[in-house]
Write a protein that binds this ligand. Sequence first.
Ligand SMILES: [Cu+2]
Length: 106
Amino acid sequence: MTLQVPLQIKQLFVSAGMVIMLGGASMVVSAAPKTVTLAIPTMDCPVCPITITKALSQVPGVSHADVNFGTRQAVVTFDDAKTQVEALTESTRNAGYPSTVVGTAN
Ligand SMILES: [Cu+2]
């Protein structure tokens, strides 16, 4: 005996799959931005933050980078669907300033 799946039920599965895919896509779109604080101890003059801000801003997904020479820390806001913390520390390292993660918010 062959089990015949009615065409209507097949179509139901197809449209259910579409809904799940669309639901997943909208979750990515509405993802909240993440904020990470990086320690950058090798900053040694007031020009360093400018270089580091530029490097961090060029990472795709970074919306804001606030580099503070006084605290030798960078607070970076980014979209975690587009980039990861590793890409941020890599960008400061490539600019000549190795950094480590101090903490993350949200
Ligand atoms: Cu400097």
